[in-house]
Write a protein that binds this ligand. Structure first.
Ligand code: F6R
Length: 607
């Protein structure tokens, strides 16, 4: 979604701002703009479309050493040149970039119009620029503070003023904002990737905090003007992790990184030989968690699918009642949180608005709130009582791949940890953890099936409707496979619990429909093969993901992709890989923009 970059320093700001914007492209956007402050003026350039379009409109010789820039994902007003950020007040004294939504913007707009203010755009952000101008008292920081007291909603903002060149004031509520600290320079950004090329030293703002950066230094305060001393933190990601490094797409790079990413995720946490798990992030709440009467997993999209696997894992291995909820439903349905309820929010970005709100709701109702999050220092990570980071590295491709695998691994570790503390025997724990330990190497061997996955994509890519079916642990994988295909190739795909097919969706099956069965050997194998027969007898084109050595399945399916054998609870970690690869190749074959699918954003920071 929207992205912010701001620069104050001694260098030419423009190239740094543009480079930052490009690093934020993966988040999804529909227009972009830059404001440069120098010579008693603010120079604004903005345009609908990609950053490359903006670049054509810019004066690349502009030597300003202060500026702010933005990528916009439209919420209020069409994605056109005028509504692109930065926004200014009538006198063009101020420029503002903003992520989030100002909820009372209509009331503020009416109020400002009654004061004679004329608006140029349809955005909620212009209201903020005009309000700042109206209450301006000669001090940018004070003025922004005063204006923000009138605002309801969420924001990450950066503001410049032509009267104070060399100063950026930024503030945050519910939308991420951080400040990179370089040598004689500061970079304000909504995402660490925008600053990594310049510095890895960073300060994360908390909600209702403000920062003023200039050549004189950095000053952080609360909205009430109480000074705050911030800890400077080190970003754990490296630059090469956010670069393509010879790969054609980030999605493919990230699919291929999964073996190493999961090794990282498990490092120092599992001791397969002794059957023990160390989860430092939840050590302080271990007692409360072990005694949990109910666990609710919540998230959106792929993270919700990982949660579904987690539900099976936690009930199976830890024997604690567990349910999974869409974060967007949980927060609004008056949920019952009894004593002993633990809510675990699952999120790659740690910024998904619905997941964050669900977590806050759960906390407010007295639940122990935990997080399974990838981005260190993200809003969800900071809101939880405790949690476990994925440590799978940055995920840039919009379609989530390695984060799903990381989420499932962390949930398996939580389930085994709880199981071991409650009832699981030492040999059972050893067996499970040894199997988990082998998963990265097994993923490497699944990745060697890339050509077979590509062949499946080639053979069926012209079909407009696909079904994905699985039972038990493979049911969430079916949902995830269908989501991957639809979101990047725009082929309609539906994932189902295989047994549900006969209760309606079977009517869809024609002699041309690809039906992907996740049919690995396990407790429901015979049932799944019966479902395959039902599809075959109606002419469906069966593609199976099966266990190595299963010859029977080859007689039932037109195409088979084999994965190594593992314990049933861990099978999703292997079966999801071919589905990611099939979706990837289908999207490439259809000429789709794999890493930036239409209408999608990497991190959904609005409801
Ligand atoms: C699908 C995908 C989305 C995200 C969802 C939650 O490939 O990426 O469905 O999983 O938007 O995002 P996070 O995990 O960042 O909360």
């Amino acid at each position: 979604m929207c992205g912010i970059v701001g620069y104050v320093g001694t260098k030419q700001a423009l190239p740094i701002l543009i480079e930052g914007l490009k690093r934020l492209e993966y988040r999804g956007y529909d227009s972009a703009g830059v404001a440069l402050v120098a010579d008693d003026a603010i120079r604004i350039t903005k345009s609908a479309g990609r950053i490359s379009v903006l670049e054509q409109c810019l004066d690349h010789d502009d030597n300003a050493i202060t500026g702010i820039a933005h990528t916009r994902w439209a919420t209020h007003g069409a994605p056109n040149d005028i509504n692109a950020h930065p926004h200014t007040d009538q006198s063009e004294r101020f420029a503002v970039v903003h992520n989030g939504i100002i909820e009372n913007y209509r009331a503020l707009r009416t109020y400002l119009q009654n004061q004679g203010v004329e608006f140029k755009t349809d955005t909620d952000t212009e209201v903020l620029a005009q309000l700042i101008a109206l209450v301006y008292d000669g001090n940018l920081e004070e003025t922004v503070r005063k204006a923000l007291h009138e605002v309801r909603g969420t924001y990450g903002i950066a503001v410049v003023c032509k009267d104070e060149p060399g100063v950026i004031v930024a503030a945050k509520r519910g939308s991420p904002l951080l400040v990179g600290i370089g040598e004689d320079e500061y970079i304000v950004a909504s995402d660490a990737s925008a600053i990594l090329a310049h510095t890895s030293q960073v300060v994360y703002l908390e909600d209702d905090e403000m920062v003023r950066v200039s050549q004189d230094g950095l000053r952080t305060t609360t909205l009430e003007d109480i000074p705050v001393t911030k800890r400077i933190q080190e970003i754990e990601w490296t630059l090469d992790q956010i670069e393509l490094g010879g790969h054609e797409h980030f999605m493919l790079k990230e699919i291929y990184e999964q073996d190493a990413a999961l090794q990282n995720c498990m490092r120092g946490r599992i001791d397969a030989e002794n059957g023990t798990i160390h989860l430092g992030g939840i050590a302080d709440v271990a007692r409360e968690l072990t005694r949990a009467k109910r666990i609710i997993l919540t998230g959106c999209g792929t993270a919700w699918h990982a949660g579904l696997v987690g539900e099976y894992l936690i009930e199976d291995l830890a024997r604690i009642p567990c349910e999974v909820e869409y974060a967007s439903e949980f927060r609004y349905r008056n949920p019952i949180i009894e004593d002993g309820t633990v809510v675990i929010a699952i999120s790659q970005s740690g910024e998904t608005a619905d997941t964050l709100a669900a977590l806050e709701e759960a906390k407010q109702r007295g639940a122990l709130a935990l997080g399974v999050v990838n981005v260190v220092g993200s809003s969800i990570a900071r809101t939880t009582d405790a949690g476990i980071y994925l440590h799978v590295g940055p995920e840039i491709g919009v379609a989530s791949t390695k984060a799903f695998s990381g989420q499932v691994v962390v949930l398996s570790m939580i389930a085994s940890y709880l199981g071991r503390r409650r009832h699981m025997s030492q040999p059972a724990a050893e067996q499970l953890l040894s199997a988990l330990d082998r998963i990265p190497a097994q993923i490497t061997s699944v990745l060697e099936q890339n050509d077979a996955c590509k062949k499946v994509a080639q053979d069926y890519v012209d079909r407009e409707n696909w079904l994905y079916l699985g039972r038990g642990y493979q049911y969430p994988v079916a949902l995830e496979g269908a989501l991957k295909l639809k979101e990047i190739s725009y082929i309609h795909a539906e994932g189902l619990a295989a047994a549900e097919m006969k209760h309606g969706p079977i009517a869809l099956i024609t002699d041309d429909m690809p039906v992907v069965f996740i049919a690995t050997q396990g407790s429901q194998y015979d049932k799944v093969t019966s479902n395959i027969e039902e599809v075959r007898s109606r002419g469906g084109r069966v593609i199976a993901i099966a266990t190595e050595g299963d010859r029977q399945i080859a007689e039932l399916a037109e195409a088979v992709i084999y994965v190594p054998d593992t314990l049933e609870p861990l099978q999703p970690l292997l079966t999801v890989i071919p589905l990611q690869l099939i979706a990837y190749h289908a999207a490439v074959l259809r000429g789709c923009n794999v890493d930036k699918p239409r209408n999608l954003a990497k991190s959904v920071t609005v409801e």
